[in-house]
Unconditional design. Structure first.
Length: 207
């Protein structure tokens, strides 16, 4: 694959083993697979040089068509950045990257795109920032915490409960919400690719 010509990079964070598919911690990775299928990208293939699953394709029509590389690091979450070093080799390339990941501080059904922000305690994003040597890239957070009927976030407390929550699967009640948000995220990726992070932020930040 000629990654160099695929100038937009979309990264889905999560853990690679099959047992983690469908868990809260893997929404970034799972959603990106859905995006690839929806847009008829090439099948993901493992690249040993970068230790990641890679898929390439195009978004758009005619002159408004953009080449895209999708990246699923085959590392655990807190080492995600290692797979990106060969792709993101400059600040300019970092600005062409969108990273999708779970956010414990946001409720299920909410998403937020940010640019040039810190890791806010997320180990996967911390790893990416350290690897690409800049925080100036787009990030899409997907809320995974439960909420009260009034919308207040019910974030789990204590390390044991947090781990159990993020590595657990969405409940049957949560599944319809996640399916809706997955569709929303796929739309946001398309907007980012075609029109940049500002347009994506304006159109797809969702509370």
């Amino acid at each position: 694959m000629l990654y160099a010509i695929y100038m937009k990079f979309i990264v889905g964070l999560g853990n690679p083993e099959e047992q983690y598919i469908g868990t809260r911690h893997n929404v970034g990775r799972d959603f990106l697979r859905t995006f690839a299928k929806k847009n008829k990208f090439e099948d993901f293939e493992y690249d040993k040089k970068v230790n990641a699953q890679i898929s390439v394709g195009e978004i758009g029509i005619g002159k408004k068509k953009e080449k895209v590389t999708l990246i699923l690091p085959d590392t655990y979450m807190n080492k995600s950045g290692a797979s990106l070093k060969k792709f993101i080799t400059s600040a300019k390339k970092a600005e062409s990257m969108l990273v999708i990941y779970d956010e414990l501080d946001m409720g299920i059904g909410s998403t937020k795109i940010a640019f040039n922000k810190s890791n806010a305690g997320h180990k996967g994003i911390d790893s990416v920032i350290r690897a690409v040597k800049t925080k100036a890239f787009a990030k899409m957070k997907v809320g995974i915490s439960a909420t009260t009927p009034t919308g207040k976030i019910k974030k789990p407390k204590g390390e044991e409960k947090v781990v159990k929550h993020v590595l657990g699967k969405f409940s049957p009640k949560e599944q319809p919400v996640i399916k809706k948000i997955e569709k929303h995220v796929c739309g946001a990726i398309e907007e980012f690719v075609l029109n940049g992070h500002i347009s994506a932020m304006n159109g797809f930040n969702h509370k």
